[in-house]
Design a protein around this ligand. Structure first.
Ligand SMILES: [Zn+2]
Length: 341
């Protein structure tokens, strides 16, 4: 039986799965997001829809018989330290004025050893645990909100990530989730650097509208999205810890894209939920264990700027814990391929 047919058997589960409450919601936060505090889903740590699927015999298989999967992801919001990024923005405007000498000196200032140029360190750490991940890059134009780097300057780094077998996906900007033209322009920009079609997507600030963003992404040619989670609370937004094809309640049909729902964003734990390291781990472990019980996929978002000190140790703790459980730790693209290609 198809996943949707099983979920429809229980009207309450179907409402949860399809995010029925979000269709009528009038209040959205200043980033146009549906916050968890407005939701009727008072059990965000329980994958209720996925549990129903598992009880009805839904049993996804992963490579080498691994019991569940971890989708590891990194949003690349910045690659330069803030002081330098201000200088870089100024220099970028010089670049637009064709002051090529100014640009040449800017390139000397921009050492690749700067802390947030840490892609190879992240990959080396993950490799130690037999894991791979996805890197989502912004592909904004000068003048766009949060334009912090030009993706065309990262051709070497992006090539190295892709050549190593990690994924490069698009981190859509502030407008991309609701503006198909912005979305297409950003996709083209990244593909010109990557030299191949982009498969995976996550929107900046987790900006997302049910069901419109899925429709836009599907039409733009993305194969999966992994934006769908709450910024203000870790957990399972629609009770799912399995990747799924979304269902458009207005059009009454399935949307042709895979959602790999986001479960834990790093800054959700400390900045939104205000958890100390001990409590943050308690929640994280609980979500991993719940995913394991359903043979699901738990998606972790750890920014490249969270890869130092105690935050880096926390990320490594996740890798260690999941490896001990024998989980398959992979990029979004690998998970999409294993399920649908
Ligand atoms: Zn972002």
């Amino acid at each position: 039986m198809q996943m949707h047919d099983i979920l429809r058997q229980d009207p309450e589960i179907w409402r949860l799965f399809t995010c029925a409450e979000e269709y009528n919601e009038t209040f959205r936060d200043s980033y146009d997001r549906f916050p968890h505090y407005m939701s009727n889903n008072r059990e965000p740590f329980e994958p209720r829809a996925s549990r129903h699927l598992a009880e009805q015999g839904y049993r996804p298989e992963y490579p080498d018989g691994q019991p569940f999967a971890v989708c590891l992801t990194h949003d690349i919001d910045s690659v330069y330290r803030s002081v330098l990024s201000k200088g870089y923005a100024a220099l970028s405007s010089l670049k637009n004025g064709n002051f090529t000498k100014a640009l040449a000196s800017a390139k000397q200032v921009r050492s690749k050893k700067l802390p947030w140029f840490n892609f190879s360190e992240i990959m080396a750490l993950e490799e130690k645990y037999g894991a791979r991940s996805s890197f989502y890059f912004l592909a904004l134009a000068p003048g766009d909100q949060d334009y912090a780097y030009d993706v065309r300057d990262l051709e070497e780094e992006i090539g190295a990530i892709a050549d190593a077998g990690w994924e490069v996906g698009l981190h859509g900007g502030h407008r991309a989730y609701c503006d198909p033209e912005a979305l297409a322009a950003e996709k083209r920009r990244l593909e010109a650097v990557l030299g191949r079609p982009v498969v995976g997507y996550r929107n900046h600030y987790l900006r997302f509208r049910v069901p419109e963003t899925w429709e836009h992404l599907s039409r733009a040619g993305f194969r999966y999205d992994t934006t769908f989670g709450y910024a203000d609370c870790a957990g399972f937004r629609n009770g799912m810890c399995h990747p799924f094809k979304p269902y458009d309640l207005r059009a009454g049909r399935e949307i042709d894209i895979l959602e790999i729902p986001l479960t834990i964003m790093d800054c959700t734990l400390d900045q939104y939920m205000r958890l100390d390291a001990g409590k943050a781990w308690e929640v994280t472990r609980r979500l991993i264990d719940a995913t394991e019980r359903c043979r699901g996929v738990i998606t972790i978002l750890w920014h490249n700027t969270y890869m130092e000190g105690e935050r880096l140790k926390f990320y490594e703790k996740i890798l260690r814990y999941c490896r001990e459980k024998g989980a398959w730790m992979a990029s979004g693209e690998e998970i999409w391929e294993s399920l649908y290609k």
